[in-house]
Design a protein around this ligand. Structure first.
Ligand code: SAH
Length: 230
């Protein structure tokens, strides 16, 4: 017989735990999907496997944290699709000794992935609210090698330049020259180029040891715009 009671029912020992335990499983499944979509760089895949994406999405979307889709975050921005994060990170070819500049911290997810691979990550975001939230996540996860700045990332971070690698996670109308000038010789920049609602192309821009620029197209993408002059 059932009775109505104010006494809370003791949760089953598996309640909650089941929820939490789902995330590692979903994460592994996502890694398998990324691998089958052509990302073979095991260092990049391990870095992605090491970052709990559920901590970077807004609460309403935590059950979708391991779907291979971009998701909305605050300020009308998005956390990038995992496949795009994987391709961009692989294209950047980050080594352990590298310092990396990222433009567009957003949720901080991409920064956290880069921080697993590089010596230090400098990341710039123009929305104070997003930056604060991302900083909170870095602190909570104990990530020691990310340095943040509020401002217009298209100006780069002169005091910390030159950078071995630069990743732009918002679409620029053309390759940003100021950022290119802050890239070390032998360095690589990955940047989506194109207008907001038109076709954008992810570019891999290499500055060779003599300072010559070589550009390669990686894949068509869709990013929020890089807003300059803020
Ligand atoms: N890397 C992010 C994706 C962020 S979306 C992640 O993993 O979640 C792009 C971000 O770029 C947005 O947060 C947007 O506010 C930011 N942005 C756009 N223009 C910018 C600029 N000029 N300087 C700094 N950040 C910029």
């Amino acid at each position: 017989m059932f009775t109505v009671s104010d006494t809370p029912v003791a949760p089953s020992p598996y309640f909650g735990q089941e929820e939490e335990d789902d995330n590692p499983t979903r994460r592994i499944r996502l890694i398998m999907k990324l691998r089958s979509s052509g990302v073979r760089d095991t260092t990049v895949l391990s870095a992605i496997e090491g970052v709990p994406r559920e901590k970077f999405v807004t609460e309403a979307f935590t059950t979708h944290a391991y779907d291979d889709t971009a998701l909305p975050i605050a300020c009308g921005q998005t956390i990038s699709q995992p496949t795009v994060v994987a391709w961009m990170t692989a294209a950047l070819d980050v080594q352990q000794r590298h310092t990396v500049l990222e433009i567009g911290t957003g949720s901080g997810y991409q920064s956290a992935v880069l921080a697993k691979l590089a010596r230090r990550v400098y990341t710039i975001e123009r929305h104070r609210e997003l930056l604060r939230e991302a900083e909170g996540r870095f602190a909570e996860l104990g990530i020691p090698n990310i340095v943040t700045r509020l401002g217009d990332g298209s100006r780069g971070w002169k005091e910390a330049a030159p950078f071995d690698r630069i990743m732009v996670t918002a679409a620029a109308p053309v390759v940003p020259m100021e950022l290119l000038s802050q890239l070390r010789e032998g360095g690589v920049m990955v940047v989506p180029v194109g207008e907001e609602n038109n076709a954008q192309m992810l570019l891999r821009v290499v500055k060779d040891e003599q300072g010559a620029i070589l550009t390669e197209e990686i894949l068509p993408v869709r990013f929020v715009p890089l807003v300059s002059g803020s």
